[in-house]
Write a new protein. Structure first.
Length: 147
């Protein structure tokens, strides 16, 4: 495994520690975000470091090389590239429609003074992100069934 994976993992952990220290030693309105960023950096960083040592051990090198070869084949398969592009196009069009409709709905709600709390936007965007992720997988699998 590349040394850059280990370095990236270490950088993630260090950045997470910086966020954690900032959250612990300051009293601001964004402490919860700082704790969230700390966890979001430290967790994947530790995972990257563990993966590096696991796959770098001599007994796992052959399995890792096999895994890399399968990934290379999957990434360069022309049919799967075409299906990924089609999936992205469908999600792009669906996303544009959803965003356009949302702009109208949020404008109307704002004009009527119904929306005063900004948290609704955070939850809405989280739902939109989930739609993009789940929709991408569903559409990809649906198209793969055709071929």
């Amino acid at each position: 495994m590349k040394k850059s994976h280990l370095i990236t993992g270490i950088v993630y952990v260090l950045v997470g520690i910086v966020f954690l220290v900032a959250a612990l030693f300051t009293e601001t309105k964004i402490n919860s975000l700082l704790f969230g960023f700390a966890g979001a950096c430290i967790g994947p960083g530790i995972l990257m470091i563990c993966k590096y040592f696991y796959w770098s051990s001599p007994k796992n090198k052959a399995v890792y090389e096999e895994k890399l070869e399968r990934e290379r084949i999957e990434l360069h398969d022309e049919m799967k590239n075409l299906i990924r592009c089609k999936t992205a196009m469908y999600l792009y069009v669906a996303g544009l429609c959803i965003i356009s409709f949302s702009m109208v709905v949020f404008s109307v709600l704002d004009s009527l003074k119904i929306l005063e709390n900004g948290n609704i936007f955070v939850f809405y965007l989280a739902g939109y992100m989930a739609f993009q992720i789940i929709g991408g997988r569903v559409i990809y699998k649906h198209i793969m069934k055709k071929y």
